[in-house]
Design a protein around this ligand. Sequence first.
Ligand SMILES: [Zn+2]
Ligand SMILES: [Zn+2]
Length: 330
Amino acid sequence: MASMRAMVLERPGAPLIACERPVPTPSTGEILVEVAACGVCRTDLHVVDGELTNPKLPIVPGHEIVGRVAAIGADVAGLAPGARVGVPWLGHTCGVCPYCRGGRENLCDAPLFTGYTRDGGYATHAIADARFCFSLPGTTDDAETAPLLCAGLIGWRSYRMAGEGRSLGLYGFGAAAHILAQVAAWQGRRVHAFTRAGDAAAQSLAKSLGAVWAGASEEAPPEPLDAAIIFAPVGALVPLALKAVKKGGRVVCGGIHMSDIPSFPYRDLWEERQIMSVANLTREDAREFLALAPRAGIRTTVTRYPLAEANAALADLRQGRIQGAAVLIP
Ligand SMILES: [Zn+2]
Ligand SMILES: [Zn+2]
């Protein structure tokens, strides 16, 4: 029987372990994907570190999968072996709960998430629910495409939640912000990039991607912002961002986990400022963003790691040593 390799989390807080397993067979409605690249997302860190509770264990992390269809289960429409596909975080929804019925499948009551509650892409092969995979054009680089599958898609949902304002702040200039800065600049918005104090590399990357200003998160931007999106998992940024937005401005928390938000005076929220969170994605978000990305000329900056080096990639992300996005190559 053919075997596959995977990096497996057996318990939160432990390093991933390299495993060999039989290649699984797709069930009804599923496809087997031969993974070409899988992005490393901050959410993977939250799973590995135990900040997201109740993962399936053992679990193969990874939810920014680019690969090719290797086998197809029964009742799969529209995908053939060899087709290039992307597999995102939203791995399955129930289809019947009020959120699914109401066009908000990102809030489904009984979802499955790739690399969290179903096995993901830190592997040579992965099983996916075909209805939640996206066809990808064959013309782009696998590794450079992988970050679009979460940093791009959930970044895009966060970006839309931020509204139409022209002056936008991005707190935490990692994988998502480096994609969104390009979208915003392409749309003629003024992007202000906030990084850790002294992170000259991230600030210069931000400026090279169209940001009009880059500085430390504690600094006041040169103009009041219409909206800010926080991608760093740091609750203390919420009151800082509130001070940076103008009346009626929005602060969008784009991550799945954040440290506690410190208390702040009500006057910082007053005048119809809003704090919002973004949860997951809908397939509609994905279709919109994947159509827009080539038009906007999105280019990603990636650091490639061999699959077996997944622990090193996670450590580098944890320490803020990655420019743009880390990607595992099996
Ligand atoms: Zn549902
Ligand atoms: Zn992610």
